[in-house]
Design a binder for this molecule. Sequence first.
Ligand SMILES: Cc1ncc(COP(=O)(O)O)c(C=O)c1O
Length: 473
Amino acid sequence: MKMLSKKVTCNTHGQDSSYFLGWQEYEKNPYDEIKNPNGIIQMGLAENQLSFDLIEEWLAQNPDAASMKRNGESIFKELALFQDYHGLPAFKNAMIQFMEEIRGNRVNFDSNKLVLSAGSTSANETLMFCLADPGDAFLLPTPYYPGFDRDLKWRTGAEIVPIQCNSSNGFKITQVALEDAYAQATKLNLRVKGVLITNPSNPLGTTMTHKELNLLLSFIASKNIHLISDEIYSGTVFSSPNFTSIMEVLNERNDLMNDKEVRNRVHIVYSLSKDLGLPGFRVGAIYSNDEMVVSAATKMSSFGLVSSQTQYLLSEMLSDKKFTSKYIFENQKRLKHRQDMIIQGLQNSGISCLESNAGLFCWVDMRHLLSSNTFEAELELWKKFVYQVGLNISPGSSCHCSEPGWFRLCFANMSDRTLDIAINRIKSFVNSTTTSTTTPTKNHYHSSKINNKRKLLTKWVFRLSFNNRETDR
Ligand SMILES: Cc1ncc(COP(=O)(O)O)c(C=O)c1O
């Protein structure tokens, strides 16, 4: 331990969150219809498994792409040899065209401003490295993706200050919330370098309105700071309103049109992990108008390149416009069907969700199932879900939600049948809690074990890394 780096031994990575602990519990006892029908169903993983058949069908019709051939001739050597960190031009072109298509071709991207990375995880960290020094802060609206604590802070030493959003207005960002977060950071002697949003939101499953995006642009322009828009879920928008990219709104702003400084401070993060359901391929990107950022991020991309083999395969797939339009349409239709299924199922159990139009999850209101209006009670309920109901769901506290009782439930990483079983388990649980006030836990071994972890969890939930700076260093 003594010989390890401080970065490795500090705890700013957030891996002790209930979000990640839930995954670990699932791994120990995963549900399988035949082999483990009483196991835990994974509803804490934002994977999109709904349209693999379309991708596999394309692969079967285009065997050259995966077998490293062009017009029937092997290009193995070309792909196997050294690649520079700029990426394959054909792939970058195909990627920006796909990004444009998802935005209804209302935005034009320039492939020279695109930097490839090993997923959005790497893209977000790289941007943070380019924009913030250790101790500088980014403001993030809550609730936010739990992985950001690791991705944005751990290796860069940057800090996150929450922009507190709440259910009273559907968790929308307001001017007051932005100013409060800025003031809070200043009070803590942190230099604010930017705002990072996720649009569509993980975990809310909502798209940001023009009004919110305009508010954000005005805010970052007036404070002289950056705006990162993580648009990893942009292709998952399945009902109105349509997705609006920050670049689209920026282009519409006459007052900022010729303000190069502001334009250079707006950056997009994207990845194929959600829209195409390919997190294992590790394909992400940064899009920035700032040449310095593009140049630095390009150099940094050698820490997390996308393999040439993957780039070649996907450049072929994404240049097939017939495939991409069919895929985008069909995938969104399937996501909508899943959302309908889960909303209906939850409604039958008296549970409602935040109205949403995107993503691979619902933001579910279980405040009425808490024994008290506290985060302790939320973790108690989460514990029951994992060990008693057999569902790994993500408590709002793991997303730094400011109100106890909200949970994120993923619906696109399983079959219709498994989702039906999950919905039935919720129904039985709700029925049993309304008929008995004290519900015994099925597995006492797990209960006591999780109790031991509770102290850790609670500590993480309320922790901002700057509280720990001295000890972490
Ligand atoms: C908002 C957000 N950003 C980034 C990521 C990381 O994605 P990737 O697999 O592309 O690294 C996720 C994954 O869940 C996410 O939800």
